[in-house]
Write a protein that binds this ligand. Structure first.
Ligand SMILES: *[C@@H]1O[C@H](CO)[C@@H](O)[C@H](O)[C@H]1NC(C)=O
Ligand SMILES: *[C@@H]1O[C@H](CO)[C@@H](O)[C@H](O)[C@H]1NC(C)=O
Ligand SMILES: *[C@@H]1O[C@H](CO)[C@@H](O)[C@H](O)[C@H]1NC(C)=O
Ligand SMILES: *[C@@H]1O[C@H](CO)[C@@H](O)[C@H](O)[C@H]1NC(C)=O
Ligand SMILES: *[C@@H]1O[C@H](CO)[C@@H](O)[C@H](O)[C@H]1NC(C)=O
Ligand SMILES: [Zn+2]
Length: 479
């Protein structure tokens, strides 16, 4: 039998995820080596051709094939360069570039020294404890304790939580790429809907071709950390590595550097915000939560409950309460069930809301990445039907392991406003940005002002648990 890392990756991608409640503890069962070996054997016998680029993967219509992850010569280098998909990231041995970036960030003295790491009640950091924290004073602007979104330390911008455009649904999906998302992405394409996709780094490692599809089809890509843990419970270096390696694998697979991130479970404080800021990432939360991650049968909420959560958000568009601003809704690309739920609800959303648009368009972020070449429509242009320019063809998207991130460029953008600054950058292809730049420093921060009271306290939960690559490889070798 041929032993390739690609095959190991495929075996991994087959493993299922487990959804658990943020507060209820979260057991998960690791698939046994025997199961993985059996999967591998079955595949070996069927000798199915594996998709080798994003185009081929996008045309796959068998979830099994999709979830095997495809095959591409660059995958094995990715596996060497990155932390394991389910593991809390730390700076990789021998990653001089990463270490240097981290040293530079520390020397900027942006990380406040009076904000401490929060307690976790399990060593995998799938829990946190706010015992003993003064949530009323909330000196750390810790969202999990207080839903605070306006930092209390210098040099940090307010979080973005909603779409500022009146009567609008700010569209985003968390926890992707999901391996079997083709039908869902086909739906978005058919409806000409673009969304902001908050991708998990470990998922990109497992299914890079799926991630490439998201970018190539004109969605805008943001970071959702490497391993989806409670970020405030991690050390400074871990927080850095969780963000940095996710940014870098996006650069490796899509050629662009993201400038926005959403903390898993909304768990962010000024220490975590500062490290994100130093990396050029704007923190994005949400104003309204569908709780879709918890939908049955993977979760515990009956579909009727999730339907009514959607309905409550939709109803806001009917009585004038969204005449001055829109909503930023938390929805997930987590399982077929969360994706199908959106598909089912969309006709109602489309009818009730004036506009459904990605956060980049909501914020006029016409250049959401520092690289030249790719531009996105602002709000007006999006509504008029414009979509992103300069995207790569899906059948020819390189994977360039070990791409260098241009952190000096990020520094400049961070100090000038990160994701929201992109809005002020003039774009040759749409008139609206001219007006925007005249507004000078009137940035999107004003939009973030009203959300403390309505940010849902429910936490966004979902984790993809993939077995350690090493044990998969070991299992195959035993065979
Ligand atoms: C509008 O409807 C929403 C959702 O039903 C409700 O939460 C809100 O209070 C209503 N606002 C007004 C001004 O009636
Ligand atoms: C994607 O969705 C499928 C079907 O619901 C699920 O089995 C799989 O675990 C999900 N997660 C990932 C990371 O693909
Ligand atoms: C990094 O960004 C800066 C500022 O935009 C630019 O001058 C420089 O050429 C870039 N370096 C690389 C290697 O792309
Ligand atoms: C985006 O641009 C439009 C058109 O210039 C403007 O009306 C709107 O206020 C801008 N939105 C933000 C969040 O800056
Ligand atoms: C820009 O910000 C400065 C300092 O916060 C303020 O004094 C000035 O009025 C602002 N300018 C505009 C155009 O908003
Ligand atoms: Zn999430």
């Amino acid at each position: 039998m041929q032993l390739t890392v690609t095959n190991a990756l495929c075996a991994l991608a087959l493993l299922s995820l487990s959804v658990t409640d943020a507060h209820m503890g979260r057991g998960f069962s690791m698939p046994t080596n025997d199961n993985m070996a059996a999967n591998h054997l079955r595949r070996g016998l069927s000798r199915r051709a594996q998709p080798s680029n994003a185009q081929e993967m996008a045309s796959a219509n068998d979830a099994k094939v999709e979830c095997e992850g495809g095959s591409n010569p660059a995958f094995s280098q990715l596996l060497k360069d990155y932390p394991k998909a389910d593991k809390i990231a730390s700076i990789m041995d021998g990653d001089d570039q990463g270490r240097k970036v981290w040293e530079d960030i520390k020397s900027q003295k942006i990380i406040p020294n009076d904000v401490h790491k929060k307690a976790t009640t399990d060593k995998e950091h799938y829990e946190f404890s706010d015992e003993g924290y003064d949530a009323d004073k909330d000196p750390d602007c810790w969202w999990s304790a207080s839903t605070c979104t306006k930092p209390k330390h210098d040099r940090l911008q307010p979080d973005v939580s909603e779409c500022p455009l009146p009567n609008s649904w700010g569209l985003s999906f968390d926890d992707g790429p999901n391996c079997s998302h083709n039908a869902f992405y086909d739906f978005l394409k058919e409806k000409e809907l673009k969304a902001t996709l908050f991708y998990i780094g470990g998922n990109i490692l497992s299914t890079p071709l799926q991630a490439q599809r998201g970018f190539a089809e004109g969605h805008d890509i943001c970071v959702h950390t490497w391993s989806h843990r409670y970020m405030t419970t991690l050390t400074d270096t871990q927080v850095f590595a969780e963000l940095y390696y996710t940014m870098r694998i996006i650069k490796d697979t899509m050629g662009v550097t993201p400038r926005c991130w959403r903390p898993p479970y909304g768990d962010v404080d000024d220490r975590v915000r500062a490290i994100a800021t130093a990396l050029g990432l704007r923190t994005m939360l949400w104003s309204d939560d569908t709780d879709d991650w918890n939908i049955t049968p993977d979760g515990k909420s009956p579909t009727s409950k999730i339907n009514s959560n959607y309905q409550n958000i939709i109803d806001q568009a009917k009585n004038g309460s969204l005449d001055t601003h829109g909503v930023g809704v938390l929805t997930h690309e987590l399982t077929d069930n969360t994706m199908n739920e959106f598909i089912k609800e969309y006709p109602k959303i489309e009818k009730a809301f004036k506009h459904v648009l990605p956060l980049s368009a909501c914020l006029n972020a016409t250049h959401p990445y520092p690289e030249d070449g790719v531009s996105y429509p602002g709000a007006t242009a999006y509504i008029q039907g414009s979509r992103a320019n300069g995207l790569p063809p899906m059948d020819n998207m390189p994977i360039n392991p070990s791409s260098a991130l241009n952190i000096s460029a990020l520094d400049q953008q961070t100090s000038a406003g990160g994701f929201s600054t992109a809005a002020a950058k003039a774009s040759p292809d749409s008139g609206e940005e001219t007006g925007k730049s005249k507004q000078g420093n009137k940035s999107t921060s004003s939009n973030a002002e009203k959300k403390d009271d309505n940010a849902a306290a429910t936490l966004d939960v979902s984790v993809t648990l993939l077995a350690a690559f090493a044990s998969v490889i070991a299992a195959i070798v035993v065979l």
